[in-house]
Design a protein around this ligand. Structure first.
Ligand SMILES: *Cc1c(COP(=O)(O)O)cnc(C)c1O
Length: 427
């Protein structure tokens, strides 16, 4: 018999009570199932609503009602400079200088805008190196950019797949391609944390290899931001973009983010799609015909701020700055290890083939575990759902679970492990 005492609810509650980072769960709305909190493991897809969101939004609605157009200057957070609220918090969160980050648009939009500047196929150097089975939107973005430049995605996109029999991408394989065909590669573009497997790539190492080959290196951080500690500036990454409705809890379709390394922000050596909110703020309202760049990542910002959705993003970022990524990551490691050990105990107890395809090394993953339950199929997922587990199912057979350190608890995980145990008995 396996020892399931660590997954007794009392034991789990004691772990929660004693943890070095007390949970912030009370600051969130947790969806209910049969009168109880769901076991919400989909913060990697849509983070929970911070209770502070409603007030933050109401503030802007009130200021609009009271001031009309004058709210641009008289609102409590003047809308004309609203986006400036984000530079410090985002910089801290992703390890950047404030002039390297900007909150704008949506993720795929930002990816395209950055590719306009940073994917410039020329001569023999036309190819993009990316991960196999990247998130579909990223695949469409890359392929359409290649076609936009007159290339052929069949030959101009090189995908790095996991090694045979594994789900893990080896950084050494990326380096090997860059060593042998580096002079054909214009851009290396990867997911920082892979959405399907939860693998966290060694971003600094990949960037070094890309630069050694003369290529630009960018990352999609949809599953990395707010999940793992990042040092985009020091890792020398050229550009990055992310969404904020996953780990950053900023609400469906919330404003996204972008990073451009300092060495590029003032450059005029590449094209960029521009608009008035990228223009020198001092002279923005002189309505001059010639674009005068902000000289920061804001130069990529085209439009004035979507205040209502940004209000929630600001409230969420405050939570992140008050807790700090370091403490969150430490707790995340504890929660995910507890979940992983629970799954393994269930597998042994029930003699079930529950395979976690996420790397076992905590340095190569964030909080998410991707589980393949061999021989179970979708019914198992349905059983979990019926028991109040909110996880997600990704074809062909993966259940993704993300215990999020801001609001998930040891108790959530213990409840899940008990549900999994009974759902996989007598298989
Ligand atoms: C979630 C996610 C997206 C979603 O793109 P949107 O433009 O926000 O709809 C794109 N790429 C990756 C890697 C993602 O994880």
């Amino acid at each position: 018999m396996e020892d399931f005492s660590p997954y007794e609810l009392d034991h789990a509650r004691a772990l929660d009570a004693q943890d070095a980072l007390p949970t912030r769960r009370a600051e969130f709305h947790v969806p209910q199932h049969n009168g109880e909190d769901t076991i919400y493991f989909t913060g990697n897809s849509l983070g929970l609503q911070p209770k502070a969101a409603a007030d933050a939004l109401q503030t802007e609605l009130d200021d609009w009602a009271e001031h009309g157009v004058e709210g641009h200057f008289r609102a409590r957070n003047p809308w004309v400079s609203y986006h400036e609220r984000f530079a410090a918090g985002l910089a801290q969160l992703v390890g950047a200088k404030p002039e390297e980050v900007v909150a704008m648009n949506a993720l795929t939009v930002n990816l395209h805008l950055l590719l306009v500047s940073f994917y410039r196929p020329e001569g023999k150097r036309t190819k993009i190196l990316c991960e196999a089975k990247a998130f579909p939107s990223d695949q469409y973005a890359l392929a359409s950019q290649v076609r936009f430049h007159g290339g052929d995605p069949e030959t101009d996109i090189i995908e790095i797949a996991p090694r045979e029999g594994t789900s893990i991408i080896e950084e050494a394989d990326i380096e090997a391609v860059l060593r042998t065909s580096g002079d054909e590669i214009a851009l290396v573009m990867m997911g920082g944390v892979q959405y399907f497997t939860g693998q966290w790539l060694d971003m600094a190492r990949i960037t070094r290899a890309a630069h050694a080959a003369g290529a630009i290196c960018g990352f999609d951080l949809a599953h990395a931001v707010g999940n793992v500690p990042l040092q985009l500036h020091d890792w020398d990454i050229d550009f990055a973009c992310w969404c904020t409705y996953k780990y950053l809890n900023s609400g469906p379709g919330a404003v996204a983010g972008a990073f451009v390394h300092r060495r590029h922000v003032q450059s005029t050596s590449f094209p960029r799609f521009e608009g008035w909110w990228g223009h020198n703020a001092e002279r923005r309202f002189l309505m001059e015909p010639e674009f005068d760049s902000m000289g920061t990542a804001e130069a990529w910002q085209m439009s004035n701020a979507p205040v209502f959705n940004m209000a929630i993003h600001a409230a969420s970022l405050e939570q992140f700055s008050s807790v700090g990524m370091e403490a969150l990551r430490a707790k995340s490691l504890r929660l995910t290890a507890y979940l992983e050990a629970g799954i393994q105990a269930v597998a042994r107890q029930n003699n079930a083939q529950l395979e976690v395809i996420t790397p076992a090394d905590p340095d190569r993953r964030g909080c998410q575990l991707s589980l393949v339950a061999h021989g179970f199929g979708r019914e198992l997922f349905q059983t979990l759902t019926d028991a109040g587990v909110v996880a997600d199912w990704r074809e062909p057979n993966v259940i993704r679970m993300a215990p999020v350190p801001l609001y998930n608890t040891f108790e959530d995980i213990a409840r899940f492990v008990r549900v999994l145990k009974s759902a996989t008995e007598n298989n």
